[in-house]
Ligand binder design. Structure first.
Ligand code: HEM
Length: 153
């Protein structure tokens, strides 16, 4: 199960990288259309949340420490924040739907929070790999156990 956890954590990080790629695809699409960000929206609303959930279940079944299980759910929580930033930012547009200084200040946070998603996914993969490398039964996912102290005759 630890290997499944590592695989899901790897897929999660890959999906987040792809999400940045699709953000650029949407930004460069001309003419800009309703569906310019369709792939970005789909990966953000479905793929990343599902992978975060599956990886969290795998972390629990792999008997990862509680802190790591909670960390694995963090990308899902941060995606909720991503959606809230877009909803709140658009609510601050003017009556014609044009952006305002206030809406841009809020919408810009979408990129900053996106970096937090990258950071969390990277940390999850690193710690999942440390857990998989730890001796069977160990749950710390950290360093190898210390050698027993040498006996002085
Ligand atoms: C891990 C990083 C990211 C995640 C998880 C993410 C997630 C999302 C989600 C879920 C939506 C849909 C919001 C809705 O329901 O309406 C969205 C929309 C959007 N995102 Fe991201 N995003 C990320 C990074 C970025 C970056 C780096 C940019 C650009 C710098 C960006 C630009 C946009 C734009 C412009 C929209 C609106 C698309 C539209 O008009 O339909 N996102 N994002």
């Amino acid at each position: 199960m630890r290997k499944v956890y590592v695989a899901l954590a790897g897929l999660l990080l890959a999906a987040v990288v792809v999400q940045f790629y699709f953000a650029a695809v949407g930004a460069f699409d001309r003419p800009m259309e309703e569906d310019s960000f369709a792939l970005h929206n789909m990966v953000g609303r479905m793929v990343i949340p599902i992978l975060s959930l599956l990886a969290t279940v795998a972390a629990a079944l792999a008997r990862a420490p509680g802190r790591l299980i909670a960390l694995t759910l963090l990308p899902l929580g941060l995606v909720v924040v991503q959606v809230l930033i877009v909803v709140l930012g658009r609510a601050l547009n003017d009556d014609t739907g044009y952006t305002t200084t206030a809406s841009l200040v809020v919408l810009g946070l979408h990129a900053v929070n996106g970096m937090a998603v990258v950071g969390s996914a990277g940390t999850i993969l690193r710690q999942a790999r440390a857990l998989a490398a730890a001796p069977a039964g160990a749950t710390s996912g950290g360093t190898a156990p210390e050698e027993p102290a040498a006996r002085v005759p």
